[in-house]
Structures are given as structure tokens and as C-alpha cells.
Design a protein around this ligand. Structure first.
Ligand SMILES: Cc1ncc(C[n+]2csc(CCOP(=O)(O)OP(=O)(O)O)c2C)c(N)n1
Ligand SMILES: [Mg+2]
Length: 571
């Protein structure tokens, strides 16, 4: 059993090889899953996990707010394809992380949140930081449980990882009572699942009949289009998607993490003609994205089109609107087998779709040219279109782009095109402000070889901005840009529309903050930018600085993105 050395104050825990503590069992289970880092903010309830991580060689990245730890775990999962892990203390530590797990839930991101809990021996006695975490988190996770005994700690951690991959991926939550975590048990009594031996691939190939049917639909369609959603990245279906759209000559639109599947300039890459395509297509294939608000709940698709939906989650297929064909399966497997099946047909119809692609390209070019003067605008204060245009020009194939904000990020969604797959990060359908700094942490930590470029609204940055210091502490350089309008502008616009200009300034005003000074105070690089011509040189200097940076760009608070003006997110 564990002994304590009598002379030392406080007594040091001496571990004996034949016993193992709960925290060390957590670390062993994390290691077995391939987790090499935990994002955390400390608390007395969870320190034994840190001690286990030391033994297992798992890095402990400490942040300043538990929301950041949870978002970072989400971001880490997206970037690496491995589950992310955040460890937070009981009570307020866990409630602080709730937004992070909620965001991962809506974004289908596999992560494990481990929360401390008061000792089981003090259950419901009013112990420090005691709350019903499992009850709180159950509806926003794929699995939430209390670990009931030390012997089962690693077993339940591995169970939680298994649950992350049921259907579309998502987060799991475990609370571990303090006495369970700190106690030691004989090693042979603990179940310690071995790496690779406690869960199987959950990839589904899709119903073979449906695959054949889709191949037939595709070869016979004269005006098909395909929307490549986030699951194209989740399932790493990039190559299969590219083979299909090129081989069958299908125009592709991308959203969420699916952006960047095709590079900008690719003949099959379309963006600005989506509505036209959805109105005029005869076949619309939706891959790995739900008919939620971002898709107008499926209402804006042509009533004459054949609609096909492919998704990891059976609950998403056919939800909110009828479909002609649904396939539950992994986008990579489904798209590759559909392409294979179509290639076996006498003709795959590719050549006959040339005119359709030209028609869409003309719509695309016209929309682009209409907007171009705004993107090149020299006006002061700076037109947000000019800022996002400059950012788009600045990105390279190795830049991971992160958007965190309201109106400013709506502008960027129209203009910024990631140059490579998996190089676009946004919160997802929860629309959570504050994911930016944690996503920078995750992305740059996981991929130090990549450049990370993040655009923040001034409101969004303020929510989690103190963790800029964490980026400095861990020496994680990135190019940060604040699109500063001293307002929560996306909300302000709606208020003005609803209540009039004179009542439009309620609860949405931020001060004129020089975020560059904030960056410098914390040891980063910063610059203020007031005129359009200064944007690019400032971005270049931020890139050269080799530091976490904030270029604070003062944008016109009186202009709004078209999406904000239409209030499309509420329709
Ligand atoms: C955590 C969270 N709180 C509030 C909101 C509601 N909200 C959506 S956009 C927005 C304004 C954001 O302001 P800012 O980041 O400065 O971007 P701007 O619209 O000014 O460009 C707010 C408050 C949200 N989406 N998430
Ligand atoms: Mg703002």
C-alpha cells in the first residue's frame, strides 16, 4: 500500500510498485488511447492525475480558464484526429468547462472532459465544490458517468473513449471523486485496458444498395452539385471527395471543417454560387453536414432536385426535410465506393456536365466581381471586406485559419478560403464566441510546423483573451488579428433593425481598446492599424516576429455583413 514518509512536511507520497492510484490509472488509460497532452487548470481534486501524467510522459498544459482547456481539447481533436482531453477541478472548474463540452457536442468533436468531484465518502454532505456534474452534462455529451471505484478508473476512461466514437463523434465526461482518485489499489485488481485492445473502428461503409443507387443518380444527373461538410474532414475523406468531384465532374461547395477540401482556384471549387446551384441543380448531395440553420433547415433546395444525404449519424439523415436517398456511413468509405461504382458504368456522364460547370462559374465570377471593389476599398475607417481580403491573400498552404467573432467573422466566411484541407476552424453550430485563443493553442501545439492565423472580433477575443499569456508561456507564435469595432456589432445590427437607431446602443458597447498593447504587455507582438495599406505590412511583421501577436485593426462599425443584415442565422 501507499506509505507516507514520516519526516517530511507535508508528507510525500511514496509509491510502491505493487499498487497504483486512481490518478495514475487515468494517465495509463490516456496513454493507451494515444493522448499525449492534457489541457487543464489545477485544483486539489485532480492533482493525482498530473502526477500520473508525469510518469506516463503526458504533457500537462496549464491554462487560465477551464473553458479554454475544454475548447483546446476540442480543437486538438479536430487537428489531430485523436481525441482531445481536458482535466478540470470539481464544481466551478467543471461548470467553467461546460461551454467547451457543449461546443464539442454540437461540432461532433471527440474529446474527454475529466472533472474532479468531492469524495464519495462525503457524498451529498456539502463538500467543497460539490455539484451534480453528471446530471448537468448528460444532455450535452455522448456519455457522462461517475467513476465508482479506483479499480475501475482506467476501465471507465477507456469506456468513455469508446463512447466518443458512437455514430458521429462527440465528447464524453467523467467525474472522479477525490477519494477514488487518490486511493491506491493492488495493480492486479485494477482493470487496465491495453492500447489497441479495447475499442474497434466504428467506420460504416454504407448500405451497398444505396451506394449503387447513388452511383446511378450521379452518372445520370446533368446538373449535380455536392456539399462537402465537416465530416469530410472528420473522416479524412479529402482524397475520396476530390476523386469523385474530378472524376465525375461535379461542382463542389464546402462548409465548416470541409472548407479547403479542394484548393481555391480548382475548377471544381465553388463558393459564391451556392444558392444558385441549390435552386437549379437536378441532384444535390449533402455530405456530413446537418440541415440546420446554416442550411436554412434544408428549405432552400430546389423542390425538383433529387436530394441525397450522407452522414455518420442516422439521426441527422432526413431530419428537417425529406430526402430521396439517405446513406448512413463514413464519408471517406461512402464517397470512394460511390466513385468506384460510378466508374464501372458504361459512361459516367462527366463530359455532359461541362455546360453546367460553366454556368456556375459565370455566376461565381459575377458575384466575385460585384464584391471586389469592397475588398479593395481604401476607405477609412477600414471596410471589413478589405481586412478579410488582405487576410485571404496573406494565407499560405500552411496557414491554419481560425475565426472567432460575430460580424467580422461572417465577412471572413465569404472571403477567406483556406488553401489546404483541415486548415479552417470555426466553433461550429453552437456559434460559441471565445474559441479562438483555445483553438490557436491546440492548433499550434499539435502542429508547430504550421502557421496559425486567427481573426477575432473584439468582443469574442475578450472572452478568453487572457490565455494569450499561455501562448506566450508555451512559445506558440501565431498571427492574431482583432477586427475592432468597439462593439458587439452583429447583435447591435439586429437591435437597430428592431428598435431603431436611438435604441440600438444598449448592452453592445465595448471600449476603444488597444489590443496590441495587451499583446505586448503579455510578452507578444502588437501593432495598431488604422488604414488599409498598413494591414499587409503589419501582418508580415507579425509573421516575422516569431511571437504570439495581435494586430489590432480598426474597422468601420457602421457596415455589416450581408448575412448579418439578412439575419439569416435566425431564419
Ligand atoms: C459565448 C457567446 N456569447 C454571446 C454570443 C452572441 N453573439 C453573437 S455575435 C456577438 C457579437 C460579437 O462581437 P465581436 O466578436 O466584437 O464581433 P462583431 O460582431 O463586432 O464583428 C454576440 C455577443 C455568442 N454567440 N456566444
Ligand atoms: Mg466587435
Amino acid at each position: 500500500m501507499t506509505k507516507t514518509a514520516p519526516e517530511s512536511t507535508p508528507p510525500l507520497t511514496v509509491r510502491e510498485p505493487e499498487v497504483i492510484s486512481g490518478g495514475h490509472l487515468v494517465a495509463k488509460a490516456l496513454k493507451a488511447e494515444g493522448v499525449d497532452v492534457i489541457f487543464t487548470l489545477c485544483g486539489g481534486h485532480i492533482i493525482d492525475i498530473y502526477d500520473g501524467c508525469v510518469d506516463e510522459g503526458i504533457e500537462v498544459v496549464d491554462v487560465r480558464h477551464e473553458q479554454v482547456a475544454a475548447h483546446a481539447a476540442d480543437g486538438y481533436a479536430r487537428i489531430t484526429g485523436k481525441p482531445g482531453c481536458a482535466v478540470v477541478t470539481a464544481g466551478p472548474g467543471t461548470t467553467d468547462a461546460v461551454t467547451g463540452i457543449a461546443n464539442a457536442f454540437r461540432a461532433e468533436s471527440p474529446m474527454l472532459l475529466i472533472g474532479g468531484q468531492g469524495a464519495l465518502s462525503q457524498h451529498k454532505m456539502g463538500s467543497l465544490q460539490d455539484l451534480p456534474h453528471v446530471d448537468m452534462i448528460t444532455p450535452i455529451s455522448k456519455f457522462a458517468a461517475t467513476v465508482p471505484s479506483t479499480e475501475r478508473v482506467a476501465d471507465i476512461v477507456s469506456m468513455a473513449f469508446r463512447e466518443c466514437y458512437h455514430g458521429a463523434p462527440g465528447p464524453s465526461f467523467l467525474e472522479i471523486p477525490r477519494d477514488i482518485l487518490d486511493a491506491s489499489v493492488p495493480v492486479e485488481k485494477a482493470r487496465i485496458p491495453k492500447a489497441g485492445a479495447y475499442r474497434a473502428s466504428t467506420r460504416q461503409a454504407g448500405d451497398p444498395e444505396a451506394i449503387e443507387k447513388l452511383a446511378d443518380l450521379l452518372v445520370n444527373a446533368s446538373k449535380p452539385c455536392i456539399l462537402l461538410g465537416s465530416q469530410v474532414w472528420t473522416t479524412r475523406a479529402t482524397d475520396s471527395a476530390i476523386d469523385l468531384v474530378r472524376g465525375l465532374n461535379v461542382p463542389a461547395y464546402m462548409n465548416g471543417a470541409g472548407r479547403g477540401t479542394l484548393p481555391p482556384g480548382d475548377p471544381h471549387h465553388f463558393q459564391l454560387s451556392r444558392r444558385y446551384a441549390f435552386t437549379n441543380a437536378d441532384l444535390i448531395i449533402i455530405v456530413g453536414t446537418p440541415f440546420d440553420f446554416r442550411m436554412g433547415y434544408g428549405k432552400r433546395l430546389s423542390p425538383n432536385a433529387t436530394v441525397v444525404q450522407i452522414d455518420l449519424d442516422y439521426r441527422t439523415v432526413g431530419k428537417n426535410r425529406d430526402i430521396d436517398l439517405g446513406i448512413v456511413g463514413d464519408a471517406d468509405l461512402v464517397l470512394s465506393s460511390v466513385f468506384q461504382a460510378a466508374s464501372g458504368r458504361v459512361s459516367n456522364g462527366a463530359a455532359s456536365r461541362k455546360a453546367w460547370l460553366e454556368e456556375l462559374r459565370a455566376v461565381e465570377t459575377q458575384a466575385y466581381e460585384k464584391r471586389l471593389p469592397r475588398q479593395l476599398s481604401d476607405s477609412e475607417p477600414i471596410d471589413p471586406y478589405r481586412l478579410v481580403h488582405e487576410i485571404n491573400e496573406f494565407l499560405t498552404e500552411d496557414s491554419i485559419y481560425i475565426g472567432d467573432g460575430g460580424d467580422i467573422v461572417t465577412f471572413s466566411g465569404q472571403v477567406v478560403q483556406p488553401k489546404s484541407p483541415g486548415h479552417w476552424m470555426d466553433p461550429g453550430p453552437l456559434g460559441t464566441l471565445g474559441v479562438g485563443v483555445p483553438f490557436v493553442l491546440a492548433a499550434k501545439y499539435a502542429r508547430p510546423d504550421k502557421e496559425v492565423v486567427a481573426l477575432f472580433g473584439d468582443g469574442a477575443f475578450s472572452l478568453t483573451g487572457w490565455d494569450f499569456e499561455t501562448l506566450v508561456r508555451y512559445n506558440l507564435p501565431f498571427v492574431g488579428i482583432v477586427g475592432n469595432n468597439s462593439s458587439m456589432n452583429q447583435i447591435r445590427y439586429g437591435q437597430i433593425q428592431k428598435y431603431g437607431e436611438d435604441r440600438g446602443r444598449v448592452g453592445n458597447t465595448l471600449g476603444d481598446v488597444r489590443y496590441s498593447e495587451f499583446a505586448k504587455m503579455l510578452g507578444g507582438y502588437g501593432e495598431e492599424v488604422h488604414s488599409p495599406a498598413e494591414i499587409r505590412p503589419a501582418l508580415e511583421r507579425a509573421r516575422e516576429s516569431g511571437k504570439p501577436s495581435l494586430i489590432n485593426v480598426w474597422v468601420d462599425p457602421e457596415v455589416y455583413a450581408p448575412g448579418t443584415m439578412n439575419q439569416t442565422m435566425y431564419k
